[in-house]
Write a protein that binds this ligand. Structure first.
Ligand code: ATP
Ligand code: MG
Length: 256
């Protein structure tokens, strides 16, 4: 099986070599856990280390902000863009453009090997709110309406939108990361409570404030078609390196 590598040693090892090619993986975590950093690193390493083209669709940070974010870790996105190895699209959710048309065109024209959508939470929230307010705002919502003739609740609409979106992403057969906000005390593994069931894999980024030590840990919660490490692995967000995942289990570290 072909694998798509993060180029982060500890993480690739935990994934038995990388994400099975073509999978859709949810990167779930609380605020500031490093979801965007991991997503940028996935594409920057993909381009620099493996010569693979990456498409970054951002709904939160615009192109300039992302370049600045990456620069603070030593990744020069501008030069990757100039080499045609990276394409950044800022999708402004307040403008209500057609997301599907945008991504379809980008995939057809740019032909990426890797895609990141950061964040899935803002995107689905905007699709739902836009759809409930004005019917013509998003084609995804219109699709959802034709699917379900029964009275619609937000939950049903959200579910139809996500199924539709993810089933379209699947047709691309491109390894894709979707970031999702994880609220503290949440019992779900994503903000919408649905995508964890639809995606092929889930990587959860935890932040535990125990004893003032750096207690960030990453967990591979699910990975279809592959074995993977089940334990929590400690990680750091390091200047000039980005995300560094340690191979020792978090519990071992805490007990030392
Ligand atoms: N240059 C840097 N060097 C080291 N650590 C950094 C650097 N830049 C950011 N960080 C750390 O990374 C964290 C933010 O990471 P990132 O933006 O990737 O998280 P996120 O999960 O995407 O956050 P959000 O929920 O806001 O989208 C910061 O809170 C900070 O702790
Ligand atoms: Mg982010």
């Amino acid at each position: 099986m072909e694998r798509t590598k993060f180029g982060i040693q500890g993480l690739d090892k935990a994934l038995m070599g990388g994400i099975p090619e073509g999978s859709i993986v949810l990167i779930s975590g609380g605020a500031g856990t490093g979801k965007s950093t991991l997503s940028i690193q996935f594409l920057a390493n993909g381009a620099q280390l493996f010569g693979e083209k990456g498409l970054y669709i951002s709904t939160e940070q615009n192109e300039e902000e992302l370049r600045k974010h990456a620069h603070s870790f030593g990744w020069d996105l501008k030069s990757l863009e100039e080499k045609n190895l990276l394409k950044i699209i800022y999708f402004d959710i307040t403008h209500g453009n057609d997301f599907l048309q945008m991504i379809n065109t980008a995939v057809k024209d740019f032909k990426p090997k890797r895609i990141t959508i950061d964040s899935m939470t803002t995107l689905t929230d905007s699709l739902i709110i836009g759809g409930l307010k004005e019917d013509s705002a998003f084609s995804l919502v219109q699709v959802a309406e034709t699917v379900s003739p029964i009275p619609r609740t937000e939950q049903i609409i959200a579910k139809s939108i996500l199924y539709k979106l993810i089933s379209i992403l699947r047709t691309y057969e491109i390894t894709t990361l979707l970031t999702s906000e994880l609220y503290e005390d949440s019992k779900s593994l994503s903000a919408d409570g649905i995508s964890e069931f639809i995606c092929d894999g889930i990587i959860v980024m935890h932040y535990l404030g125990i004893g003032g030590s750096d207690t960030r840990s990453v967990e591979i919660r699910k990975l279809r078609y592959s074995d993977h490490t089940k334990s929590y692995l400690p990680y750091e967000i390091a200047t000039d390196k980005g995300i560094v995942v340690h191979e020792e289990e978090a519990m071992d570290v805490l007990m030392k």
